[in-house]
Design a protein around this ligand. Structure first.
Ligand code: PHE
Length: 345
């Protein structure tokens, strides 16, 4: 038969042991282990002592019972207190909840990298005196081809390359040049406009082509405008957009609506991986030229009096340079990891 005094001693020893374990606990899971070890209903050490209560003489039972309840309460309180400390981060090791962290902002989206480039191009031309205009994406053959000195049997008007709307002369514009025609029809020179917008071609979908892409058209018509104005204006644009040291190269080319025509390449200063500034390769960014007198005549503008120049550039290609993106398709694929990085710039 166990005697009462011995049981009270055992209970006090268990209490000391358990309180030490609580003090040492550095995670709430450790507290739970202590609770099960001592206060667990069946196997708990304190509970097991109480199971011996029935074998005690009746007069000692209240004392042992009271002591057991005190130990249980003392342990439960210690567990509660320690658990609160751990959760508040006051324990020895960091709590899983860091109340000092700043709040997390939800991702609210950002402007698309190609939109940023279009806006920057238009802003630079705005500073140079150009107004931003728009034209429709569904055009007819007059605006997209004929008025631009391109007969509809010209290879550029080929069904193979152009997206026609069924049984009509309506089509998805294959370039932004029709906005030149619309602008000259409505306004007398002097004209200085830029016209950004979507264009459509039956093109493959590869790293440098997409069947839908953005262009920015530029047009200046006035008295006595020459190719020198074109070179000077585009040169100024290149330095403002790509930084000092940017150079342009005009390669002779052909467009039905400009004469002479050029393809224009840019070379920029770039920072190599080792930090050294070097010149980049040449990269084609636009077509340009002097507005063909036949186009001026088509819109009722006197070619004897007025001259002008035009360009059409590809902001998608320019965004590839600006953001070091190797594949145009990344701009269309809506991968959040890509867009979040780009939008953060
Ligand atoms: N419209 C031409 C194209 O899409 C580009 C261009 C525009 C060329 C204006 C000369 C002048 O390729």
């Amino acid at each position: 038969m166990t005697d009462g005094i011995a049981l009270v001693d055992i209970l006090r020893r268990l209490e000391t042991e358990a309180l030490a374990a609580v003090a040492k606990a550095s995670e709430t899971s450790m507290l739970e282990a202590v609770r099960v070890e001592y206060l667990g209903r069946r196997e708990g050490k304190v509970s097991s002592v109480l199971q011996g209560l029935g074998t005690l003489p009746v007069e000692t039972r209240p004392r042992v019972g009271a002591e057991a309840n005190r130990v249980k309460r003392s342990l439960a309180e210690a567990l509660e207190r320690k658990s609160g400390e751990l959760l508040a981060g006051a324990g020895d090791t960091p709590s899983p909840v860091d109340l000092t962290l700043p709040g997390r902002r939800p991702w609210t989206g950002a402007r698309h990298p190609v939109t940023l480039v279009v806006d920057e191009i238009c802003a630079i031309f705005h500073d140079l005196g150009f107004t931003r205009v728009r034209g429709p994406e569904v055009e007819n053959e007059w605006y997209n081809f004929v008025a631009l000195n391109t007969p509809t049997d010209h290879p550029a008007a080929d069904e193979q390359d152009t997206l026609y709307l069924e049984a009509s002369d309506l089509l998805l514009r294959s370039h932004t040049s029709p906005v030149q025609v619309r602008t000259m029809e409505r306004h007398e020179p002097p004209i200085r406009v830029v016209a950004p917008g979507w264009v459509y071609r039956r093109d493959s979908y590869d790293p440098t082509h997409t069947p839908v892409f953005l262009q920015v058209e530029g047009l200046a018509v006035d008295d006595g405008i020459t190719f020198v104005d074109l070179k000077a204006t585009l040169g100024e644009f290149a330095r403002r957009f790509f930084g000092e040291g940017a150079k342009l190269r005009f390669r002779p080319s052909f467009f039905p609506f400009t004469e002479p025509s050029a393809e224009v390449d840019v070379k920029r200063m770039v920072t190599r991986a080792d930090g050294v500034r070097v010149e980049s390769d040449w990269l084609e960014i636009m077509g340009a030229g002097m507005v063909d007198p036949a186009v001026l005549a088509n819109v009722g503008c006197d070619p004897e009096r007025h001259t002008g120049w035009a360009f059409g550039m590809g902001p998608g290609r320019i965004a590839m340079l600006r953001y070091d993106v190797p594949d145009l398709r990344m701009f269309f694929e809506s991968d959040m990891r890509f867009l979040a990085q780009m939008g953060a710039r």
